[in-house]
Write a protein that binds this ligand. Sequence first.
Ligand SMILES: NC(=O)c1ccc[n+]([C@@H]2O[C@H](COP(=O)([O-])OP(=O)(O)OC[C@H]3O[C@@H](n4cnc5c(N)ncnc54)[C@H](O)[C@@H]3O)[C@@H](O)[C@H]2O)c1
Ligand SMILES: Nc1nc(=O)c(N)c(NC[C@H](O)[C@H](O)[C@H](O)COP(=O)(O)O)[nH]1
Length: 214
Amino acid sequence: MYVVVNAGMSADGKLSDRTRSQVALSCEDDFERVDRLRAETDAILVGVGTVLADDPSLTVKDDRLRAEEGNPVRVVLDSSARTPVDASVLDGEAETVVAVTDETSGDSLDAPRERTTVVELPGDDGRVDLHALLDELSRRGVEHLMVEGGGETIASFLSAGVVDEVRVYVAPVFVGGRESPTLVDGEGFVEYVEATVNEVKPLGEGVVLRYIIE
Ligand SMILES: NC(=O)c1ccc[n+]([C@@H]2O[C@H](COP(=O)([O-])OP(=O)(O)OC[C@H]3O[C@@H](n4cnc5c(N)ncnc54)[C@H](O)[C@@H]3O)[C@@H](O)[C@H]2O)c1
Ligand SMILES: Nc1nc(=O)c(N)c(NC[C@H](O)[C@H](O)[C@H](O)COP(=O)(O)O)[nH]1
């Protein structure tokens, strides 16, 4: 499976500010780039932290693109079944897979909404085992996965060694704050993840960077 991480960050690497609420760092042109990427992909994944903070719908916004390509499957990494039943990702607009661990009761998701599947996977220290998840998604026909965040999820994917590319829009703004989520959170790597720069492209007032993970 080909895995692309995509995010919009500040010039100091933050995905949001100290409130951890949804902050639009991407410019309009970048949100259009993200929409095209969503349309090209088979599935979009976020962690439940992003569902709780942003309540994203993870659908293709452009009507023509959506008519041509359809919406990708939405995937939520949700070790302990915290996805609210009224979350936008459960609105039935596209198929949704909520990945919980086998340590979870899954109570709040006992009555899955329309087009929602709860998948129980092995847990790894309270987290969904990503290799097991990717195997499950492959069985469901996913060949191209887009990871939209947040920082804990991106760290987990990089740590598991399953990321092929990182694409990031860097906005010309400094957000600051040691509590502000960054592109890669988690514990930090003992062995750094190395990458090569594949593309540097000005977009709006910012720049899109594309890294290939070695
Ligand atoms: N600017 C952007 O592009 C962008 C994109 C997405 C999110 N965000 C921001 O990021 C913040 C949320 O990020 P976050 O890091 O708190 O949460 P997250 O979205 O990365 O979710 C993390 C949660 O997912 C669950 N999880 C299950 N299995 C996991 C695994 N294997 N690895 C990691 N997590 C796993 C855990 O409950 C964990 O607490 C919010 O502030 C949001 O606004 C910004
Ligand atoms: N690329 C990007 N740039 C940003 O500045 C930003 N805040 C996000 N954040 C990802 C997050 O999950 C958002 O909430 C969705 O980009 C909104 O998704 P919807 O339109 O609801 O589908 N992503």
